[in-house]
Every structure is written in C-alpha cells, then in structure tokens.
Design a protein around this ligand. Structure first.
Ligand code: PLP
Length: 479
C-alpha cells in the first residue's frame, strides 16, 4: 500500500524550486502551513491540488506524458487501482474506462499477474542474456498470434520504431505510408498527421500534407512519410502505383484506436495486403491497441488478414511495460547482429515477460473476450439508446473491448476517416458529458478520440451504474 512521504519532511532541495504558474502559491501555502492543522485564513485545498502542485513543481506540467495533462483543474492524481476501479488521492472511486490508455485488459493489480511477477522477480530481473521467462512468453505469444518469430521491446513506441527499421532494411527502401489520425508512438519517424493535426493543416485530400505533431521533429523526415486518408481505396491505389517502388512499409492501425475506434471499411485491410504483395511492400499492423484486446490473436485473427510484421504492447502485459515486434520468419530474420539493429537493455526483462506470460495465460484459459464483449455490447447499445432518446446525433464505432462515441452533426457524412470524424464531431457536447461522468465516478478519457476501454474485472453492476450515470450526464449537458 502506498505510504505518503509527509510533505514537510521532503528534502529542502525538493521544496526549493518554485512551482510554475498558479500552483506556485498553493505549494508555498501548504509548505508553510502550521503543524497540527491550526485554523488558517487560507481556504482548504484538496489532496488533488496539493499533490498536483507537488507534481507540477518537479515534472513539466505535472505529468510523465503529455497526454495525461488535462488542464490545471482537470488533471487527475491517482492513488491506486484494483480491478475495474481507480481511486484518486481524495478517495473518490471511479469505474475506469481508460485503463492506462488500454493496457489493463484483466483489471488493475490483477492477482494472477502480480503473483507471477512477484515470484519471478525473486530470480533477478535483468541479465542481458536470454532468460527462461522470455522464452516461455515468446512461445505463448507466437502460438496465440501465429507469428513465426518475436522480439520483445519495452513499449509501443520502440516496437514501431524497430518494425519500421526492419521493413526498411528488408526492402532497401526508405519511405512509408501511414494514415491520417493514426498514432504509432513518440518517435520522430511516425509523429506525422496524428490525431492532434488540425483539419486545416492537412491539405487537399488528393495530395495530403504531412503535418508534424510536435516542434523538434527534423524536417528531413517529412519526405519519408506519405500520409493518406484511412479507408480511401482510390488514393491508396494511386499512391502505391506511383510511388510503390520507394515504399518500404504500409503502417496501419487495423482499427483506428486513436480516432474513436473507427473501423476499416469492408475489404480495406485485404486491399492493403494485396497492394503490399504486388509491390514488395512490408505490411505492418500496429496492434499496440488491438493486440490481445479484441481477440486472442488480435486484429489479424479478428479480420482474417495476416500482416508481415505486427507491433504489440499495452494489453500483452496488463499494464507492465512491455512491447513486441512479431511476424513472418523471412522479414523478422532481417534482424541480424552487426547488420540490422534491434535491442535494448531492458528488452525481455524478467518482470515484464513474466507479466506478459501470466496475462496471456489468463487470456488463453479464461473467457476474457466473451465476458468483455458481452458487457461492452450492453454499454454500446445502452449509450445508443440513451443518445437516440435525447435526440443527439451520434456514431458508436469500434468493438466492445474498445469502442468510440462520436457525438455530432446529423447533416455531416458518417465518419470513416480522420477528416470526416473531425468535421462530424461536436467536441464541446462530448466534453460536457464526460465532465458529468467524471463527477459521477465514471472515467472515460476526456477526449472523444480515445476509445472506451473495458477490462475483464468490469461487472454487470458496473455496467448498470455506468448507464445510469450516462443518462444523467447527458440530461445535465443538454440543460
Ligand atoms: C496504435 C499505437 N501504437 C503505438 C503506440 C505507442 O505506444 P507506447 O505509448 O507504449 O509507446 C500507441 C500508444 O497509444 C498506440 O496507440
């Protein structure tokens, strides 16, 4: 159980750096408060404000990842999680539909996973040599996904970074195709035309402009990426016909897990497969969100389409930091000591691979997907019924384990790619409803582009509580 370091016992240097912005005064007030809680003229501040001020003082924006910054008032500080719930530092319980942006497929602090990790770590963690735990995890992963070979990484970002390098080394080509609104991690090669790109910056649909997602990305990489609209058969065919000889890979999220779980149009993934075969391009499925979440064999199994390389992370470790690149023998064996690099000090570390093996074991032996599907269907149809009753145009997309809710404008075409989703969406109304849900202890992401994620620990009672809160939040948002 977490034990707090008393604030006024922190080393002086921790307190020495002034906090930035409005929080500076909060922290000073707290640090100078008289011991014993004597009455003071200063209004009481919540535990959240106190912790966020401490976080803000030592971490840029008070977070370890930009996506977690929801603003000065909205950014949450969590004390612990168990099963389908998290508790914030003020003791408020939430039913968690973010699940760490998707990894927690079984539930927080899941006993079988924790137990396996605890036992394995008694044997040490990092050896920089092949260890028995990673062999077991690799065997199970290959069996479940049908991959010939796998290499472990520590995150989704590492997985896509190395997968792209493997594809480039395999083909001897440098450019790659990605789709607008897909996110593939934080490295410079893929941070183009992601879900943060403003509609006005994307250029014409017929000749999309690569939009960097951040300052600091070398412009020299712009020419290496070809962004295209998802689900646009004609544009993809034309681009591959004209540039296929320069294209190493088509990198695609099979379901747009970073754009409200928009689904592939019928035949879209098969079409990519055919073009890759015809033009000697490596097909990479980025299954960092779909892998071990939508089916035991992920999107490859769900859609019946096999990629050459697949990137995994998130659900494969139920929240422990791990990723993987898996795929076809010939492509994976491009990795070669001294010739094509892939590696890292913590790749295959015992804690992560033990967590992975234990998570995959539960996924293989218990009815995880059936349970999640059944509860997710109830939520999807319940939201649809409520939104219809209140006359709110909407689209519910994706699959029960990770579905999106886009509220919008009935006169606009149904979203099928990033551009049409941005045009359709009513962000303001979505935000009002989400804020009402947070107040009622239901925790989807603040951004409608992020899907609702479900875990195995979510109960029927949780689903019922969520539907009741959803109706109340909708009613309130319309007032
Ligand atoms: C599809 C996809 N690929 C890659 C990543 C990057 O994964 P990580 O945050 O583990 O680096 C993400 C993260 O959300 C993702 O959704």
């Amino acid at each position: 159980m977490f034990q707090e370091t008393p604030f006024n016992e922190l080393p002086m240097e921790t307190l020495g750096t002034p906090a930035v912005g409005p929080m500076a005064s909060v922290r000073t007030t707290e640090a100078m408060a008289p011991a014993g809680g004597a009455p003071s003229a200063v209004p009481a501040i919540s535990q959240r404000d106190r912790w966020f001020a401490r976080a803000r003082a030592v971490m840029p924006w008070g977070v370890s990842s930009n996506f977690r910054y929801w603003g000065e008032q909205e950014t949450k500080v969590i004390a612990r999680g168990k099963g389908a719930y998290v508790w914030d530092v003020d003791g408020k319980r939430y039913i968690d539909y973010r699940l760490g942006f998707g990894p927690v497929i079984l539930g927080h602090a899941y006993d079988a996973v924790n137990q396996a990790v605890f036992e394995a770590m008694q044997d040490g963690n990092v050896f920089a040599m092949t260890n028995v735990y990673e062999v077991c995890a690799a065997e199970r992963l290959c069996r479940m996904t049908g991959a010939d070979k796998v290499r472990f990484t520590n995150s989704g970002t590492e997985s896509t970074m190395h997968a792209l390098r493997i594809a480039r080394a395999y083909t001897g080509r440098e450019r790659f195709i990605k789709f607008e609104g897909c996110y593939h991690g934080g490295h410079d090669h893929v941070m183009w035309s992601t879900p943060s790109a403003p509609l006005g910056a994307l250029g014409s649909r017929r000749s999309p402009i690569p939009v960097p997602s951040s300052s600091g990305i070398p412009s020299a990489l712009r020419d290496k990426v070809i962004p295209l609209p998802f689900n646009d058969f004609e544009m993809l065919e034309r681009t591959v016909r004209d540039h296929g000889h320069e294209v190493a890979a088509i990198l695609v999220e099979p379901i747009m897990g970073n754009m409200a779980s928009l689904m592939p149009a019928k035949g879209w993934l098969e079409f990519i497969r055919r073009l890759c075969d015809e033009h000697g391009i490596v097909m990479i499925f980025d299954e960092v969100k779909t892998g071990f979440r939508i089916a035991p064999g992920g999107a490859q199994q769900f859609f019946g389409v096999r990629a050459d390389l697949v990137t995994y992370a998130k659900a494969m470790g139920n929240g422990f930091p791990i990723g993987a690149i898996a795929g076809r023998e010939e492509v994976m064996m491009t990795i070669e000591p001294g010739a094509v690099g892939q590696g890292g000090t913590y790749c295959g570390n015992v804690v992560s691979v033990a967590a992975c093996e234990a998570t995959l074991r539960v996924l293989e032996t218990e009815p995880v997907f059936e349970v999640i599907n059944q509860r997710g269907m109830k939520l999807m149809s319940g939201f649809h019924e409520i939104l219809s009753r209140y006359g709110i145009p909407h689209v519910i997309t994706g699959v029960p384990a990770m579905f999106g809710v886009i509220l919008g404008d009935a006169d606009k075409p149904t979203p099928r790619d990033y551009r049409s989703a941005l045009k359709y969406a009513d962000e303001e109304l979505s935000f009002r409803i989400v804020r009402g849900l947070h107040q009622r202890g239901i925790l989807p992401d603040i951004d409608y582009q992020e899907p609702w994620f479900l875990c195995y620990a979510l109960s029927d009672a949780d689903v019922a509580e969520t539907l009741t809160a959803y109706e109340e939040a909708v009613r309130e948002a319309l007032r």
